[in-house]
Ligand binder design. Sequence first.
Ligand code: ZN
Ligand code: ZN
Length: 279
Amino acid sequence: MRNCLRKLASILVRLSYTDFMINPFFANKFEQAVKVTGCPLCFMRQQAESKYIHSIIADHINDPASRVHIINSLGYCPTHTWKIAEVEKKEDGESLGTSIIYEHLTLVIRERLEKLKKYPKTLTQNNPLLKQVQKYLPQQASPSASLRTDTPCRVCVMAAESDDSYVRWLLEGLSDPNNDETRRLYRQSNRLCFDHLRQSLDKALPASAAGLEFLLEDSLDMLKALDSDLRVHISKYDYDKKAPRSEAEQFSWLRAVYFFAGRREGENPKPEFSDRQEN
Ligand SMILES: [Zn+2]
Ligand SMILES: [Zn+2]
């Protein structure tokens, strides 16, 4: 009986340890992310994207499966097209990988565009009979259909997978009843952006409900303070109410942009970017 109880206790300890222990991989990255300007999870996603892009260029550029995906998705979304070019140039000082990707893609687009060369002439054709017949034919695809794709950008897909893990790990860390290290670190950050807050709501589980509760309370406090600072900031534009603004008031509009838009890639404006103090 005593052995049974001991076994049960060890299972319970193990279960609670597994459920609540902050993921060490996440903890390490989160500690760095709370020090940067803007949403820490946006920063972590951007770092994961850079790492993934580097692996595409370094190891998978000539891998047939990767190439098929690149062609099926017609390259990458505009954000990641720029990022691939910039990451390779910044890290390797060259552009061989970018050139290989786009040499192949240029060839594919050229072939598809060749097939569309006759299309402008069909616009000027005035054949009443053909117009009558077309009414009864199935709706034609748009002229640019062969130049579009439903296959998403591979980096966007990977970034969404990273986001999913990071949001879940953050919630787990914030739910740890025996260790408030994640909460302490989170309070040092510029807080989650609107999108990551919404993701937290959608990804919380029973085991991470306490973490979500903490995030919601913290976000409400943050938004209440932001609203108040924005009001005062606006009121001090009135000629007769001009008075020195506190740092929080001066920075309020930029805090609002960070919350609604998230952290942007690369350099992010710091509080000093805010309105100049007018006395
Ligand atoms: Zn974010
Ligand atoms: Zn993308």
